[in-house]
Design a protein around this ligand. Structure first.
Ligand SMILES: N[C@@H](CCC(=O)N[C@@H](CS)C(=O)NCC(=O)O)C(=O)O
Length: 137
């Protein structure tokens, strides 16, 4: 089986640099020691071939042989199936990985992403709202 191919943008603006969601996939690939290479796709000129891989025109996506997967969570699950370093084969261990993967995406990221955007954009009203909700709670 050939190397997996992780595709990400060829360029992103200053603000999301270092936070693009290919990072979590690279991390898992490195952690598992799985062979892969990185390819890039245009940020500024998104072609139909890009949308064929990622229907929202976003990144990342992963190609593994004849399989092409988008959504970083789905990619991580796929990598978990490829390596017991990432996801144990026994039912208990697998369930733990799946529940924490969903927690990371549905609970942690869902709450932390809007917060980080408020912080970066300097939207103080949103920050004040969070603070006052905390104080009254
Ligand atoms: N839920 C998707 C989110 C993908 C996503 O938002 N990717 C960002 C980079 S981190 C992107 O492509 N943004 C450019 C855009 O939406 O135009 C995933 O986890 O893969």
């Amino acid at each position: 089986m050939g190397d997996m191919i992780l595709t990400t943008y060829d360029w992103v603006p200053e603000f999301p640099r270092g936070y693009v969601r290919d990072t979590r996939v690279r991390w898992a690939l490195e952690e598992a020691g799985l062979p892969y290479r990185v390819e890039s796709t245009s940020f500024g000129d998104r072609q139909p071939a890009h949308f064929a891989r990622q229907p929202f025109g976003q990144v990342p996506w992963l190609t593994d042989g004849d399989i092409s997967i988008f959504e970083s969570g789905a990619i991580l699950l796929h990598l978990g199936e490829r390596s017991e370093k990432l996801m144990p084969a026994d039912r208990q261990g697998r369930n733990k990985v799946v529940e924490w993967l969903f927690a990371a995406l549905n609970s942690v990221e869902m709450a932390s992403l809007p917060w980080s955007i408020f912080q970066i954009s300097g939207n103080c009203r949103a920050t004040i709202w969070v603070r006052s909700a905390r104080q009254s709670g």
